[in-house]
Design a protein around this ligand. Structure first.
Ligand code: PLP
Length: 387
């Protein structure tokens, strides 16, 4: 049976070049990069190089790169690190459509006495920048707004948002876990203080992340212990994985231009064909402002989970929302915030592509999905009532 992996916003395959680059660090290059002897020194060189590779993707200074264990840690560390540096400020601004790594952390802080504003989005998943402007006060410690949404792919105007926040002298963090490696991020011009990345979303392994901290930004570490990462994140560095994310960033940088177009064309073909061949289907999210790899599409009167199961039987992997929340039938908080009708939320599927997807993959999904939806609708009481 053909296998098609179209769930790359959940996680990506480790690139063979990344695996290759990592292997020596499980064998000969096992020293601790902090050690004085040559076992450590020869490993430290690679840590320095990985930092340069990540910095290059972001057009940042290597000193501004801190390696972490995942995107979640980077998000938590940015928010925690700011609140601890400005103990007098008690207000946080974020959005209703953040990944839980930000949203649930902010809600946890709210329970502990912080004031949290969650900005709304419109039907297309867009923010109202006046609402952002009006939410800011002298008490606001940090604004945390994602670069691109993991469920819909909608890209927020981070340059404009950052400008509004920085004009008020407030710290700005952006969760760029989904944007990293997919679209250009230029930190020499982007007005952000903190930015998060995650290895496993860009063809490095799970369990490694990056927190960009702009030079001069006040920061208090989440993990306290040794002096690693210039005192910004204690714990012996996970060298093989750091080497992996460095290589993955280098590859992303070199492939980005051509892959952005190729993957965008694949996604567009999938979208056009599915809309053509399946009645009562709608795309969720601002089609003019999305990551090139993401298609979130709803099919009325069918359960997303049933679609996923039948797709999986045909060898196709997709998702019915954020991977971290699938497995429960809780409707997506992102689609709910966008006001997508209940019936359409439940029938939503996310296809997310990567550099490893081909035209053949898209043809296969287009061949299989219409009959799956047809079969499910035949069994659906909602569909018979509609038709
Ligand atoms: N932020 C976004 C937008 C994500 O999509 C994810 C993962 O799905 C995360 C943060 C969390 O990253 P990690 O799985 O590396 O903790």
């Amino acid at each position: 049976m053909k296998e098609v992996y179209a769930d790359n916003n959940a996680t990506t395959r480790v690139a063979p070049e990344v695996k290759e680059a990592m292997l020596p660090f499980f064998e000969d290059l096992y020293g601790n990069p902090s050690s004085m002897h040559h076992f450590g020194a020869q490993v430290e060189k690679h840590l320095i190089y990985a930092r340069e590779q990540v910095a290059s993707l972001l057009n940042a200074d290597p000193e501004e790169i801190v390696f972490t264990s995942c995107g979640t840690e980077s998000d938590n560390a940015a928010i925690h690190g700011t609140l601890a540096s400005y103990p007098e400020k008690r207000h946080i601004v974020t959005t209703k459509v953040e990944h839980n790594a930000v949203l649930h952390y902010c809600r946890h802080l709210q329970k502990n006495g912080y004031k949290v504003t969650e900005l709304a989005v419109d039907r297309l998943g867009r923010l109202n920048l006046d609402e952002l402007q009006n939410s800011l006060s002298d008490d606001t410690a940090i604004v945390s707004i994602m670069y691109a949404n993991n469920e819909t792919g909608v890209v927020f105007p981070i340059e404009q948002i950052g400008q509004i926040v920085k004009d008020r002298g407030i710290v700005f963090h952006t969760d760029a876990v989904q944007a990293g490696g997919k679209i250009p991020l230029n930190l020499s011009t982007l007005p952000v203080d903190f930015l998060s990345l995650s290895g496993h979303k860009l063809h490095a392994p799970k369990g490694v992340g990056v927190l960009y901290i702009r030079k001069g930004t006040r920061f208090s570490p989440l993990l306290i212990g040794g002096h690693q990462e210039h005192g910004r994140r204690a714990g012996t560095e996970n060298v093989p994985y750091i080497v992996g994310i460095g290589k993955a960033c280098e590859l992303a940088q070199s492939y980005m231009e051509e892959e952005r177009i190729r993957i965008g064309n694949l996604r567009d073909r999938l979208e056009i064909e599915l809309l053509k061949s399946i009645p009562k289907a709608r795309v969720n999210g601002d089609q003019g402002n999305r990551l090139p790899n993401t298609l979130n599409i709803s099919f009325e009167s069918v359960e997303g989970e049933s679609i996923l199961l039948l797709l999986s039987k045909e060898g196709i992997g997709a998702s019915s929302g954020s991977a971290c929340t699938s497995g429960s039938l809780e409707p997506s908080h992102v689609l709910r915030a966008m006001g997508v009708p209940f019936n359409a939320i439940h029938g939503s599927v996310r296809f997310s592509l990567s550099r490893y997807n081909t035209e053949g993959d898209i043809s296969y999904i287009i061949e299989k999905l219409p009959s799956i939806i047809g079969r499910l609708r035949e069994m659906s009481p909602f569909w018979s009532a509609l038709s």
